[in-house]
Structure formats: C-alpha cells, structure tokens
Write a protein that binds this ligand. Structure first.
Ligand SMILES: [Zn+2]
Length: 223
C-alpha cells in the first residue's frame, strides 16, 4: 500500500490516505544516488542497443544519444514513476458551491505501455464538490504525475479519477481524455495523424447517474 499525503487547507494539518500502488505503473521515488545509478545503467544498455542495431557511436549526432535517451526516459517520459505523488492542498467548500467546476485543456504527455510510443492529448476534469474543493493547478499536476510513465489511456483516466475521489470525495466527477497514439500513427495501422484520436471518459457519482448533469459537463468541455 502506498501512502499519499495531502495538506488540508482548513488547518487540520496533514492527513494520510492510503492508495493501492498502481500495479505496472507503480511509483517508486528514487534517491539522488539511485537516480544517478539508474541513469548510468540505462546509458550503458542504450550503448549495447546501438551496437546491436549497428549504429556507430562515432557519428557525432549519435555519440551522446545513449546518455540523452537515458535522461529522457528517467527524467522526463517516466518521471512520474520515480517521484512521489504531487503535494495537494484542498480547501473547505465554504460557500457550498454546488455547480460543476471544470478544468479543461490539461496537457497529456505519456507513453503507451505496449510500444513505448508517445501519447499526446488533452484531459478535461469536472467535479461537483462535496465538502472540499481542490486548486485547479493541482489537477494539472495530478494528470502529469499519472501520465509520465508507461500507460494505457483507459487506465490513466481511472487512476486520475480514483486519486481525486479519494482526495476530495466529490458528488460527481468526470475525466475525459482525448489523445493521439503514435503507436497507431507511426506504426501498425499507420492511422491518420490529424484525425485518429482515442477518447476515454470516466464518470463517477452524479455524473454517472444524472444525464442532464452529464450533458452539461460534456457541453462545457466542448466549448
Ligand atoms: Zn501502443
């Protein structure tokens, strides 16, 4: 079980909530030493791969590529795997807001678990608050943390929804992701880059039951 820490904005201090680790996507924060070791080992393996592919490291454009690739995977594309979850501050819903709160256009940059090809898209999140509200910028951080690892889009939306649900227990929650998958564009069926997109939606609470609310949400994220 993984502990996720959050700071409550009402002065109650830190509350620990427990989450299951995200199986193949489990996050293991690295110490600086572990990270340095991982970078060095990954670079060495990329050098071996270059040899297998018969790519000369004498080529000035390739000479530093094993090092660049190691850094790219560890520090960028898989960084969510190697860091703890974002620290989230939640606030009491003092005014009793009972309307949808929506953040849309949240950038999604991920890598598919099956081919390690980029997944590039956008996420919209909407919720009807219960006792708590959450800073909109934090939704962006949550999306980024889950996205920055090898993922499948279907699970990405569910993980984001689970996390937000456990944080603020909203009355309704929707997570819609629209993304291009380069494993379908650069290989396989070689789908049209412009038109082929995958859309996944997760609807929880009232958004799963109340069709009017769901329509309102879908309309608001379309605008
Ligand atoms: Zn794929």
């Amino acid at each position: 079980m993984k502990k996720v820490w959050l700071q409550t904005g009402d002065g109650n201090g830190e509350t620990a909530i427990t989450k299951q680790s995200f199986d193949a996507n489990g996050s293991m924060p690295l110490s600086e030493e572990e990270k340095a070791e991982m970078l060095q080992q990954a670079e060495q393996k990329f050098v071996e791969l270059f040899q297998i592919f018969r790519i000369s490291l004498q080529d000035p454009n390739a000479a530093e590529t094993p090092k660049r690739l190691a850094k790219m995977w560890v520090e960028e594309l898989f960084r969510g795997r190697f860091s703890g979850p974002p620290k989230i501050t939640i606030f009491p819903n003092r005014k009793g807001v009972d309307e949808l709160i929506i953040s849309k256009g949240i950038k999604v940059i991920s890598v598919c678990s099956h081919h390690w090809q980029p997944i590039i898209g956008e996420c919209s999140i909407g919720y009807l608050p219960g006792q708590y509200i959450i800073g909109l910028s934090k939704l962006t951080r949550i999306v980024d943390w889950f996205a920055r690892r090898a993922q499948i889009q279907e699970e990405l939306g569910e993980q984001i929804a689970d996390f937000i649900e456990e944080l603020i227990h909203p009355k309704a929650l929707g997570v819609v992701i629209t993304a291009r998958h380069y494993c379908m564009i650069a290989r396989g069926v070689e789908a049209d880059d412009e038109r082929s997109q995958m859309v996944t939606s997760v609807m929880r609470g009232l958004l799963a039951k109340d069709m009017n609310l769901r329509n309102e949400f879908l309309q608001l994220i379309r605008q």
